[in-house]
Design a protein around this ligand. Structure first.
Ligand code: ZN
Length: 504
């Protein structure tokens, strides 16, 4: 009896250790792959090189971010050893554990196999020990809302001091817009909106509801609401409703689930979806309110110049058919994380933060264009980032934990961000006649959470008396914004008409 139970225990031990030695993966085509694995901290781990070999994929390092990567066909995965988030084709998935770089291997947790492989292999995957469901359908990135049969298109944009609704379609400029108690009510004379109600955040406006079979919109106002105005636009006919005030906080947007392979899906709950052909540039005028930014000769404040340049840039881009949104259009303080949240919530295609530089050396001059990285290009770049990241006195800075998590979000767009930065820098160098200041990288808080190509431009040095008076001249600001706009339009032409990948 004693021997029997010893034997049973031994068999059990052998069985258990075998179970922990390999994970069997059944691919969507029914092929079985067996991978050696190790148990640690309550999960199984496989070596990235072995995983790549089994899948016929390539393991390596992303050339720019240096994150461990796995490339299979058109799919690209970036693992992080700092966070439990893994990027599959630019979308983040939670794999519960960060990857581990040790003993000559990058170790990947079983959770990635469960959540990530179905995306890489375009179908349901099962792992030994459990069945794995195919990925849930995810929202299309750009869901058009105007229907062809006389429907009214609705575009909603939410920034820190404005909530903007744009209704597009016949007779929209004849709509009635009135304030009723704590709400703005929009009554359409004809046609209807097929959009769903949604959360708008808090501050100026809290919620948008669509009623009366799509013929009425009701916007529940918040305590930050001050006034509203409407604009009638033609070609195409549009009614723009601007709700103004201050301190709007957009709903926080979690990283989107990975893109589904084909199929129709609901837009992510509560988040605006924009027209398929819309290219949205979110322009972020640095600083604002009590945070003046750099101060130049004669008391010229960075926050004011940045806002003036941003407004001009918006106007130039709008003329070229690009939709823009300013994170702030007034002199108010907007936390750095909120600026990026505005870009993410509104599904911007490009995020550009506008700043003016300062140096103890009054001779320093020229533009600098930055894109995000964990490491600064040099000591100067690090100092610029530290200055821009600093929270004004009495205001709490960003959370480091969030910073690490979101760092990965921007990493996905690092190639695009670098290209846009280089293009802007080239044009501004020519305009300002400077060659020595190149594209730089530094850990900017305002860039790192951006789920789109994102750059930060230090347009000129306010600390240089000559450059300060030049950049304060509206005619020169026009020249600057024209050059930046050219780069953005070129970038749009290269990247704006991306179609979602077809299921293979
Ligand atoms: Zn600044």
């Amino acid at each position: 009896m004693r021997n029997k139970s010893k034997l049973l225990a031994f068999i059990l031990l052998v069985a258990l250790s075998f179970a922990s030695m390999a994970i069997e993966i059944t691919t969507p085509s029914g092929k079985k792959l067996s991978l050696e694995s190790r148990e640690e901290d309550g999960t199984a781990w496989v070596c990235l090189d072995a995983l790549a070999k089994a899948l016929g994929a390539t393991a390596g390092r992303d050339p720019l971010s240096r994150y461990p990567s796995l490339v299979l066909g058109s799919h690209r995965v970036l693992f992080s050893t700092a966070t439990a988030m893994t990027s599959v084709d630019g979308k983040l998935i939670d794999t519960k554990h960060p990857a581990r770089d040790k003993n000559g291997c990058v170790w990947i947790p079983r959770e990635f196999l469960a959540a990530g492989l179905p995306l890489l292999l375009n179908g349901a995957v099962s792992l030994s020990g459990e069945g794995v469901a195919p990925p849930a359908p995810a929202p299309p990135r750009a869901a058009g809302q105007a229907s062809e049969n006389g429907g009214i298109g609705l575009d909603v944009a939410v920034a820190s001091d404005v909530v903007r609704l744009t209704l597009e379609g016949a007779m929209t400029t004849a709509a009635q817009v009135r304030k009723e108690g704590s709400a703005i009510v929009v009554q359409l004379p004809r046609g209807r909106v097929s959009a769903q109600g949604r959360d708008l955040g808090s501050g100026i406006a809290a919620r948008l509801d669509v009623g009366n079979d799509g013929r009425m919109l009701r916007i529940e106002l918040g305590e930050g609401f001050k006034s509203f105005e409407t604009l009638d636009l033609r070609n195409p006919e549009r009614l723009v409703i601007l709700l103004k005030g201050g301190g709007q906080v957009t709903p926080s947007v979690p990283p989107e689930p990975p893109a589904a392979q084909g199929g129709e899906a609901e837009p992510q709950a509560g988040r605006p979806s924009k027209a398929a052909n819309q290219f949205l540039v979110v322009i972020d005028p640095g600083h604002g309110g009590g945070d003046t930014g750099a101060i130049g000769k004669g008391g010229l404040q960075e926050k004011d110049v940045a806002l003036a340049i941003s407004q001009k840039l918006a106007a130039v881009l709008e003329k070229s058919g690009v939709t823009t949104l300013l994170t702030r259009s007034t002199d108010i303080y907007v936390p750095l994380a909120q600026r990026t949240a505005i870009a993410n919530y509104n599904r911007a295609d490009v995020f550009i933060s506008i700043h003016l530089n300062a140096s103890p050396a009054s001779s320093a001059k020229g533009s600098e264009t930055y894109f995000m990285s964990r490491e600064a290009t040099d000591l100067w770049s690090r100092q610029v980032a530290e200055k821009e990241n600093a929270a004004p006195p009495g205001i709490e800075g960003g959370s480091t934990l969030t910073m690490v998590l979101w760092n990965l979000a921007q990493t996905q767009y690092i190639v695009e961000s670098q290209a846009l930065a280089a293009s802007i820098q080239g044009r501004l160098n020519q305009l300002l006649g400077t060659q020595e200041r190149g594209v730089r990288q530094a850990p900017f808080v305002v860039l790192e959470g951006a789920q789109m190509p994102a750059v930060l431009v230090e347009v000129a040095f306010l600390s240089n008396p000559g450059e300060a008076s030049q950049i304060n001249d509206p005619a020169f600001q026009d020249q600057v914004t024209e050059q930046i706009a050219k780069s953005i339009l070129e970038f749009k032409a290269q990247n704006g008409s991306q179609t979602p990948p077809n299921p293979s």
